[in-house]
Ligand binder design. Structure first.
Ligand code: HEM
Length: 427
């Protein structure tokens, strides 16, 4: 459907003036605390409107919500219109967050982004990735051994967060003595990212979390300096020695990249794994199907877990050139939010989008992004981790299942699970 181009405040768009308009509820912290089915119903109503919807954030500010699959994909693939600078979170980061994460590749565009990404990609050599895959299987088996022996009852801490953290720390070559502190700090720092005080607030992180991240970055920078002198076969050595047009990562960039990996690679995967266990528990027929032939259904199950749970709910972009989308004219300076959680339930793309169906094929979900230059760098690794862990968890004959509902953090940024109880059907 082609609609006539509109400007702010005209036609069916509510514009940034007073009154909440149809997108107003997305700005309410309470909205993100609602049960998932209520939020998904709201997104379905917004998708039905067709054109992007304005979400007022107070004080004359606000963003345009992209809720359709086609809209999210279009914005992801047009970086010359929808830029990642100055940042991709909503609310916007405070100055200190920018100071810490400013060099992070998620917030960069054009040649600056391409160069950083090339250095990092070059460091993810097939040899390093093959070694990582072997390690993933070993770590997954060890975690499940521990769980069967110790019989803990909280899944996030005992299982879901352990695997991605250990895998990334092993890849990077982080000495054992730093790891408990890193796990604690990352957990603490990311707990409060999001909307607790509404979109008018700045993205915040408690002072302790900030100091912890700064300390973590200094620590990684120190390891980087050491590895430059005495390289080993880990990722930090590769990153500080990678040679792309004579470039490698500087100490500050290395620290920023490590922080990014901790949030982008650990948080996301742990939440995907936790939602995965809930989904398999709630859908026993799908679980039986998966168990009947893990080789055949494993990959489909992992992607369907990611589509259904959408661990990263949204990323922001800033418009830098005029562009019309679904009849709406974007102008430079407009903020746009790509709601992956809504795109992944788009009834125009997915048949019966709320169903959990591990045989869904094709499954063009946007859980790792909508394509384009920022597409998730760790998508392959995340899939390998999830597949390995669920194989270990499901094929041991103990009947592991979730108990009760996950305790959701209610963030507008990641579909974070604080905790999930679990139990075994058989001894
Ligand atoms: C289920 C797990 C994961 C999900 C759902 C996920 C999701 C995403 C999404 C939505 C983006 C933004 C894409 C865009 O802007 O177009 C992204 C970017 C990124 N992800 Fe992931 N991710 C996951 C796991 C990982 C892992 C395991 C790693 C690293 C080991 C990782 C590293 C990154 C990095 C570095 C970026 C930024 C890339 C850039 O800006 O060029 N992610 N991810």
């Amino acid at each position: 459907m082609t609609l006539p181009a509109q400007r702010h405040g005209t036609g069916t768009d509510p514009g940034p003036g007073p009154g909440p308009g149809p997108g107003g509820e997305l700005a309410e912290p309470g909205f993100w605390q609602l049960p998932p089915e209520h939020r998904l119903a709201a997104f379905a109503r917004l998708r039905a409107l067709g054109a992007p919807v304005f979400v007022p954030e107070g004080a004359g500010r606000g963003h345009w919500a992209l809720v359709r699959h086609s809209q999210v994909q279009e914005a992801s693939r047009l970086p010359k219109v929808f830029a990642s600078a100055p940042g991709v979170t909503t609310p916007e980061p405070a100055r200190w967050v920018r100071a810490l994460f400013g060099d992070s590749m998620v917030n960069l565009d054009g040649p600056d982004h391409a160069q950083l990404r090339k250095i990092v990609q070059r460091a993810f050599t097939p040899r390093l990735l093959a070694a990582a895959e072997e390690d993933v299987h070993a770590v997954a088996a060890r975690i499940v051994d521990d769980v069967l022996e110790e019989r803990p009852d909280e899944f996030v801490s005992a299982v879901a967060s352990r695997l991605p953290l250990e895998v990334i720390c092993n890849m990077m070559g982080i000495p054992e003595r730093y790891r408990a502190e890193i796990a604690d700090r990352v957990n603490h720092a990311s707990e409060h990212i999001g909307v607790e005080r509404g979109l008018a607030a700045r993205l915040r992180m408690p002072g302790r979390g900030l100091r912890a991240l700064a300390r973590m970055q200094r620590m990684v920078a120190g390891i980087g300096r050491e590895r430059r002198k005495n390289p080993t076969d880990d990722l930090i050595s590769a990153l500080v020695r990678a040679n792309v047009d004579g470039q490698a990562l500087g100490a500050r960039q290395l620290g920023a990249f490590f922080s990014l990996l901790m949030v982008a690679g650990v948080e996301t995967t742990r939440n995907a794994i936790t939602h995965g266990l809930t989904l398999l528990t709630d859908h026993p027929a799908q679980r039986d199907l998966l168990l009947s032939d893990f080789e055949a259904y494993g990959d489909g199950a992992v992607d369907e877990m990611i589509r259904h749970s959408t661990p990263i709910i949204q990323f922001r972009r800033t418009v830098v050139a005029e562009h019309t989308m679904d009849g709406h004219l974007f102008r430079p300076g407009d903020k746009v939010v790509l709601y992956y959680a809504s795109a992944n339930r788009d009834e125009g793309v997915f048949t019966d989008p709320d169903a959990f169906d591990i045989t869904r094929s094709p499954n063009p979900h946007l859980g790792f992004g909508g394509g384009g230059p920022h597409f998730c760098l760790g998508a392959h690794l995340a899939r390998v981790e999830m597949r390995a862990l669920f194989r270990e968890l499901l094929t041991r004959p103990v009947g592991l299942r979730a108990v009760g509902l996950p305790d959701l953090a209610g963030s507008n940024f990641d579909n974070r699970v604080r905790s999930l109880r679990f139990a075994f059907e058989r001894p």
